[in-house]
Design a protein around this ligand. Structure first.
Ligand code: ADP
Ligand code: MG
Ligand code: MG
Length: 882
């Protein structure tokens, strides 16, 4: 199979094969934009390398051929002493992973050709700078050397020269630096820096392949739920130089503001600089608008290209470009990452501009983004002490203790502390710390800096370029405008306004939540709220899935209803046995005979009835699925250890432990090795006489009372943890009997949860006795995998995620292959028996975007999730229907 493609051979649809960068370089080449010629080595070659540990044999020939073609096109050769062809070796996966993988620039320079480059360019300083960059990048990326080795040497050279500016180092200084770097390479690897350009290229290609599995890339993929086996492509791109002088430069830009979505020209430009300089935040950039003064021709051309790209991709594009002595070159484009707010605003702006239709706009926003817009904001009316204001690079309101290193951030987060990671600038090695922190604050860099880009991608709050901050890592202090903060100080950062405050600033509901709550109108003038309104309204129009909520109290139910829930999919009745009611429950458990048992139940019944009156009242006219009691009884008793200690103490003091002793005996009697697999759910109902009957009486009589008030209560009774049809028959008979006794004159649906693999497999039988199924995917995941959720998530799951056994916890997002197959079986078999069987899901997965799509595909009638996830489920259900 073909492994290498010339830029002219690809297009933007070939991302999987050519990676995003390669596919888009190809697209731009074919659009006739000024892209330096080159070729792309496909992800297939990388996959082969990753599985065998060596590059495929046929790759070398293909590369030879493409290098020949490139040399002819450029009229110069790799390593040609008088005028060398130089290339970059750039990683580029199908899914963008900004800054996660490696790139080596200036490949092809060596001790001879550096002189040729110096001569050709008439700029020896530039040539030596390019050579030292090559050795530096090659050392770090290919040879695995510490970046500090090189950075310290540069620092020393600058000190010797008495300057803090890279640009003050002249050709001779850089020549000396090259010697130092080469020596460092020798010291580190025991070998010389490779002089043969093709060797440099091959090693760099291998390193890029290998960088797919670098620690930080693995971590990033896990965070972003990117598959582990996609591999990266490698782009070989002829070099253009932004560091040839002040008439050259390099920049990054967006066709719209990636943080707000507002149209306009956004970007950063740096004169006399190469590649990474802009993103690394090493020197401060100027706003792109300044390029108009610096080089109007290039600026105008760039503006025209930006318009072309936006029109072509019909979306916000993010662009890397370089100006080489007044000539503009395009080095990369992609549909740009954006904040959640920008995603909504851009989507609706593009509808208004006639670029996309509403369906397409809905496809472009995600439930996870909506979730972000529902995070709280700082309270505008709270008293705050502003210490500085910088660039709001990734929105959100974050407070926490100041930490200066990623290690400290991780350590604190492990202890459950909230921290703000404060850095001069971040680099890809800070990923751990950025994930652990509530927010990131940097003193350098703009909206396109590493911190900003990565934070936006992760939805983390970030303020950057806070130049007034004097961060002293050694002393562990921050000085700002006369205030000194140490590492234990708490600060608050506002990623929208760029404000930084001392202390923890109180938060309030975001405008989007206010809109869902009904306290802010869609047409109040808040453009973001208007966008959300338009898209969620459209989602409601197109979705087939119903959205219910999991709620146990009238308050939660009422909120969920405001958020758009169309009923309750799961009301857990457990909490109704807690608090002050504990004692009655204890009496039930301790009952010595039927009479005591009945008395305890009789005590609980009116309390339950009151709960149901409120809940059914709050959800008047909408279905309320009430699950009969599920957890094992001992969960309602005090802990065995505590009791044992109390009893032992009493005995030691010669006192009568009294009731505690009785309780302890009960707890010991009820103790189970695996309560999750023990006496719970329907089993409990069948074993404790009168328990289910009491609950059903409470539900039924509440419903009858509401009916008599002219209301429209719609309870549905759900029996948990059924594994055998006999269980359901017995429970159902009891329920039916009680309903008749209470005198319910309409039909209350009686259904079951499908949460055991056996239930899914015999769903055809179960459907005979069920009016509805609700897939309990939490338990179904536990019982299918044999994982105890409470035990595994905090213990070995992180290792499983690291090892790629799964990309995301199966408790968070439905395991489509395994648990999903059981859901599908349950759906198919259940409907085979009863075509109009109502089907829902009430596990945690009901509010998870990917899972919602699966539940749509599998043909469920509704999903049920926690109140705050309801808008997210509505949006995703709409997207799933497109
Ligand atoms: P990343 O994916 O981290 O952005 P890139 O492959 O895009 O990595 O390259 C890193 C930097 O080097 C970018 O700023 C890019 O524009 C620049 N660069 C890459 N190839 C070339 C080239 N052929 N000529 C000039 N600059 C380049
Ligand atoms: Mg790039
Ligand atoms: Mg369950």
């Amino acid at each position: 199979p073909k492994l290498v493609y010339d830029f002219a051979e690809g297009n933007k649809t070939m991302k999987e094969l050519l990676g995003g960068k390669g596919a888009n370089l190809a697209e731009m080449t074919n659009l006739g934009l000024p892209v330096p010629p080159g070729f792309t080595i496909s992800t297939e070659a990388c996959k082969a390398y990753l599985s065998t540990g060596s590059v495929p044999a046929e790759l070398a020939d293909e590369i030879d051929h493409h290098v020949d073609v490139l040399q002819q096109k450029m009229g110069k050769k790799l390593g040609q002493a008088d005028d060398p062809l130089l290339v970059s070796v750039r990683s580029g996966a199908a899914v963008s992973m900004p800054g996660m993988m490696e790139t080596v620039l200036n490949v092809g320079l060596n001790d001879d050709s550096v002189n040729g480059l110096a001569h050709q360019s008439g700029n020896p300083r530039f040539a030596w700078d390019a050579y030292r960059r090559l050795i530096q990048m090659f050392g770090k990326t290919v040879l695995g050397m510490e970046g500090d080795v090189f950075e310290d040497a540069i620092e020393a050279a600058k000190q010797a020269k008495g300057t803090s500016n890279d640009l003050d180092l002249d050709a001779d200084d850089l020549k000396t630096l090259v010697q130092t770097f080469k020596q460092a390479v020798h010291d580190h690897t025991g070998r010389e820096f490779p002089q043969d350009p093709r060797t440099q290229m091959d090693l760099a290609i291998e390193a890029v392949f290998g960088s797919w599995n670098s620690e930080r890339a693995i971590l990033y993929r896990r965070q972003e739920r990117i598959a582990t086996d996609l591999g990266t492509a490698v782009n070989i791109c002829s070099m253009v130089f932004g560091n040839l002088g002040m008439d050259s430069g390099t920049g990054v830009c967006f066709t719209r503001d990636p943080s707000t979505g507002q149209p306009g020209v956004y970007g950063d430009y740096l004169q006399n600089a190469q590649g990474e300089d802009v993103v690394a935040g090493i020197r401060n950039t100027v706003p792109l608008a300044d390029l108009e003064q610096i080089d109007k021709t290039s600026y105008d051309e760039l503006m025209a290209i930006m318009a072309t790209l936006e029109g072509h991709y019909r979306d916000l594009c993010d662009i890397e470009f370089t100006v080489e002595r007044g000539k503009l070159w395009m080095l990369q484009t992609r549909v740009g990452k954006r904040t959640a707010a920008a995603a909504f605003r851009i989507a609706t702006s593009l509808i208004d501009e006639g670029v996309i239709d509403t369906d397409e706009a809905l496809k472009r926003v995600k439930g996870a983004q909506l979730a972000q817009l529902m995070f709280p904001r700082f309270d505008a009316d709270a008293e705050k002490e502003l210490i500085t204001k910088a660039i709001g690079a990734s929105p959100g309101a974050a407070s926490g203790k100041v930490v200066f290193t990623s290690a400290a951030a991780v350590e604190a987060a492990d202890k459950g502390e909230k921290v703000i990671l404060v850095r001069r600038e971040t680099n890809p090695d800070d990923l751990h710390g950025m994930i652990a922190a509530q927010g990131i604050l940097t003193s350098r860099g703009g909206k396109t800096s590493h911190a900003a880009v990565v934070a936006r991608g992760m939805g983390k709050t970030c303020v950057c370029g806070a130049e007034e901050l004097e961060v002293n890592v050694a002393e562990g202090t921050i000085k700002v405008n006369g205030t000194v903060l140490d590492a234990d100080a708490t600060i608050s950062i506002d990623g929208t306004t760029g404000e930084v405050f001392v202390g923890e600033v109180p938060v309030v509901a975001s405008p989007v939540v206010q809109y869902f709550e009904g306290s802010l109108d869609a047409d109040s003038g808040d453009e973001l709220v208007a966008s959300v309104h338009r898209l969620i309204t459209h989602a409601d129009e197109v979705r087939r899935l119903g959205v219910r909520t999991n709620a146990d109290t009238a308050d939660d139910a009422a909120r969920a209803r405001r958020f758009g829930a169309e009923g309750i999919g799961l009301c857990r009745t457990e909490h109704m046995f807690l608090g002050e009611r504990r004692e009655a429950v204890e009496r039930l458990i301790l009952a010595n005979d039927d009479a005591e048992c009945e008395a305890a139940l009789a005590e609980l019944e009116p309390l339950q009835r009151g709960d149901f009156l409120e809940l059914l009242g709050a959800m008047d006219g909408q279905p309320v699925t009430i699950r009969l009691i599920d957890p094992p009884l001992h969960e309602f008793l005090p802990s065995m250890e505590d009791l044992a200690v109390k009893v032992a103490l009493a005995q030691e003091r010669g006192q009568d432990p009294g009731r505690d002793a009785t309780l302890l005996a009960a707890v010991q009697r009820l103790h189970e090795q695996n309560p999750m697999l023990g006496l719970r759910g329907v089993r409990l109902g069948l074993v404790i006489p009168g328990l289910f009957a009491m609950q059903v009486r409470a539900i039924a009589s509440a419903a009858v009372e509401l009916k008599s008030q002219g209301k429209d209560p719609r309870p549905e009774i759900m029996i948990p943890l059924v594994g055998a049809i006999q269980e359901l028959h017995l429970a159902r008979d009891e329920v039916t009997k009680v309903l008749a006794e209470v005198g319910v004159e309409w039909s209350i649906p009686i259904g079951t949860m499908i949460e055991l693999p056996r239930a899914a497999v015999i769903a055809d039988q179960i459907a005979e006795a069920a009016d509805f199924f609700s897939f309990g995917t939490n338990d179904l995941t536990q019982t299918t995998w044999g994982f105890s959720r409470d035990d595994v998530e905090g213990s070995f799951f992180s290792r499983y995620l690291e090892k790629g056994i799964f990309a995301v916890s199966p408790f968070e997002s439905i395991d489509v292959e395994g648990v999903g197959a059981l859901v599908r079986t349950g759906v198919d078999r259940g409907r085979a028996t009863k075509p109009d069987l109502k089907l829902g899901i009430c596990g945690e997965h009901g509010g998870d975007p990917d899972s919602v799509h699966f539940f749509h595909d599998v043909g469920l009638d509704y999903v049920s999730c926690s109140p705050f996830r309801v808008p997210i489920a509505r949006l995703e259900a709409g997207r799933a229907a497109l």
